[in-house]
Design a protein around this ligand. Structure first.
Ligand code: FAD
Length: 386
């Protein structure tokens, strides 16, 4: 098989998702976001067709594919102007962690709902005082008989109002050594002691961000994902899919902006010829096409490495893909707006709202500086700078 071409199944999946998403489109997405409404009908439609569950194992009702398939779904949705942030979180991070590390009971309970999209789980690691330094998180689970009591705070957590539960990255105390070690808990969004408040964001999106407060939230023993002490491995299993999905989200938005700009410059005439005949406009768009295609290639490579079980190589590729995709997306949105002149800032053309959406890709789920730190240290062997 040609390693540089996607399989016929993947290509067909892309087309099917693109066809479905075209029935919704940017207008639908923006109107819902402006009205403070959700895109639940799109999510349900995607779930019904099995597109949200392409990477869930077949025995739990999923498609049995890999993260490369799920990333293709995410990219095609964004390319149609309907980027769904919850795709990065619920079916990618949460379903992957539970499928790889959950107990049999947890898999039975959660995976069928991930497969058909009827269950949505948010993911929370970011804390106000720790930020990019995940080693500093302080949300802690303490044993209380057979139960756990969870206390702490998280911030910028997406989609909590749409989720049934949140996968919370916390710490537990090792009873023998007293040392804190990472542990992942599933916390229902209606658990007593758990409060969440929306953060006012200047992002045009139906999906919102929240600050979470856990005040001695009582959780049953089986709220802890998998075995005690497996938290680090679980976290790493979730982070590569997260970066690959974030990269797809960005390349999709980039393709959307590039297509809009290309169509526009072909027809808009100011000096008696389409403005796309001026190299000052054509070359930046051509550059963006190259940048987006390079980022897509790296994203597919990262997904292929991950799906082949090479977590270490996937880690480097996923970071590089996320970086390249975010840069390509930010750049093309700026160029697309410029090519539209005044129309670039009009709501009707749907581009200005992408400034913040693509900009978020440089910050989350891991900032561009932290990716550069990773590459400097791990790829180039340079000393740690922080
Ligand atoms: C739209 C959106 C959705 C999000 N959704 C989620 C979610 O669902 N779940 C979740 O857990 N989190 C979520 N986040 C949080 C996101 O992951 C964090 O914002 C991100 O990891 C950066 O952390 P921070 O905001 O605390 O920035 P900080 O860590 O405070 O960093 C601020 C700046 O300093 C730079 N910096 C920090 N340390 C270094 C260093 N050592 N070297 C060089 N530069 C450095 C950073 O790169 C950044 O530019 C979301 C964020 C956004 C914007």
């Amino acid at each position: 098989m040609n390693p540089y071409a996607e399989s016929a199944e993947r290509v067909a999946l892309r087309k099917a998702v693109a066809d479905l998403a075209a029935g919704y489109g940017r207008g639908y997405f923006s109107e819902r976001a402006r009205a403070g409404e959700k895109t639940t009908d799109l999510w349900a439609d995607m779930g019904k067709h099995g597109y949200l569950g392409v990477a869930v194992p077949e025995e739990y009702g999923g498609g049995g594919g890999g993260i490369g398939d799920l990333a293709a779904v995410c990219e095609e949705l964004a390319t149609a102007g309907c980027p769904l942030l919850l795709m990065v979180v619920s079916p990618a991070i949460c379903a992957t962690v539970i499928a790889r590390f959950g107990t049999d009971e947890q898999k039975q309970r959660w995976l069928p709902g991930f497969a058909d999209g009827t269950r949505t789980m948010a993911f929370s690691i970011t804390e106000p005082d720790a930020g990019s330094n995940a080693h500093k998180i302080t949300t802690t689970g303490r044993r209380d008989g057979d139960d756990w009591l969870l206390t702490g705070r998280k911030t910028y957590i997406s989609g909590v109002d749409e989720a049934e539960s949140v996968l919370v990255v916390a710490r537990t105390e090792d009873a023998r050594t007293g040392r804190l070690q990472p542990a992942l808990f599933v916390v229902p969004t209606d658990a007593p002691g758990f409060e969440w408040k929306p953060i006012a964001m200047d992002l045009l999106s139906p999906e919102r961000q929240f600050t979470l407060f856990f005040d001695d939230v009582r959780l049953p023993a089986n709220a802890l994902v998998g075995a005690e002490g497996a938290g680090i491995a679980q976290l790493f299993a979730g982070l590569n899919p997260e970066r690959i999905m974030a990269a797809s989200f960005s390349t999709g938005l980039g393709r959307f902006a590039l297509r809009r700009a290309t169509e526009y410059v072909k027809t808009r005439e100011v000096f008696g010829a389409p403005i796309g005949s001026h190299q000052a406009l054509a070359h930046p768009l051509a550059q963006s096409h190259i940048e987006i295609e390079l980022a897509r290639l790296m994203t597919q490579r990262a997904a292929a490495l991950y799906d082949a079980g090479d977590d270490a190589a996937a880690g480097e590729a996923a970071n590089m893909a996320k970086y390249a995709a975010a840069e390509a997306a930010c750049t093309v949105v700026d160029r697309a707006i410029q090519a539209h002149g005044g129309n670039g800032l009009a709501s009707e053309y749907g581009l200005a709202s992408l400034l913040a959406a693509t900009r978020a890709g440089r910050i989350a789920p891991v900032s561009r500086e932290m990716v550069l730190n990773f590459v400097a240290m791990h790829s180039l062997g340079l000393p740690k700078s922080y």
